[in-house]
Design a protein around this ligand. Structure first.
Ligand SMILES: Cc1cc2nc3c(=O)[nH]c(=O)nc-3n(C[C@H](O)[C@H](O)[C@H](O)COP(=O)(O)O)c2cc1C
Length: 178
């Protein structure tokens, strides 16, 4: 049985490289994994404006309902995390905060990219994913300058094997699909 993994582009700026990074990540998906890009620019959520706490599941906005259905349609996700000023992007935080139950028990692989592999952004995401009860699966940090160029072109040294291992680790967290 094929597993569906949503690969989230966390950056929405017009000159981003996040789309190229996420495409490279998706390309490393092993056989039996269908990796689908999820572009937060297209998801286009407003800043969190649900009247009730998302944990109540009482969504009123169509954008929230559509986002919830999209997330629920995946067996797992991989967040491709840009580092902005030592944190992750506001768009990714907003996308997480907008839902709740959809994240519970969902395996989420985390891949950072930046000059230090986005280590600080990835660390900042950890308590957030724990709070929404996702199953966080740590992945490689992609180093701009070593693994990819500042323009998002991937280099020979890019850790493709580690990326494939992350897909396998994520798959292992969804035992019904193994
Ligand atoms: C607002 C902003 C803040 C940034 N802060 C960091 C940072 O803290 N650490 C880092 O390694 N790179 C930082 N950078 C450089 C980014 O790693 C680099 O621009 C990368 O391309 C951002 O991903 P994106 O192009 O997909 O938006 C920052 C870039 C922007 C636009």
């Amino acid at each position: 049985m094929s597993m569906r993994i949503g690969v989230v582009i966390s950056s929405t700026r017009s000159t981003r490289i996040g789309d190229k990074v996420a495409a490279w990540v998706a390309q490393q998906a092993p056989e039996g994994v269908e990796a689908q890009l999820v572009d937060l620019r297209e998801v286009d959520l407003p800043f969190m404006d649900e009247p009730a706490k998302p944990a109540m599941g009482d969504y009123v906005h169509e954008t929230t309902k559509a986002w919830g259905e999209m997330v629920s349609g995946f067996d797992a996700m991989i967040f491709v995390v840009a580092e902005y000023n030592g944190g992750y992007t506001a768009q990714l935080k907003n996308a997480v905060d907008t839902l709740f139950a959809e994240w519970n028990d969902l395996p989420i692989g985390v891949v950072g990219y930046g000059y230090g592999g986005a280590a600080r952004a990835v660390a900042a995401l950890e308590p957030v994913l724990a709070t929404v009860k996702a199953v966080r699966v740590p992945g490689p940090g992609l180093l701009i300058g070593q693994h990819l160029s500042p323009e998002g072109e991937f280099l020979q040294a890019a850790p493709a094997d580690e990326m494939r291992a992350l897909f396998e680790a994520v798959r292992a967290q969804a035992p019904a699909l193994v």
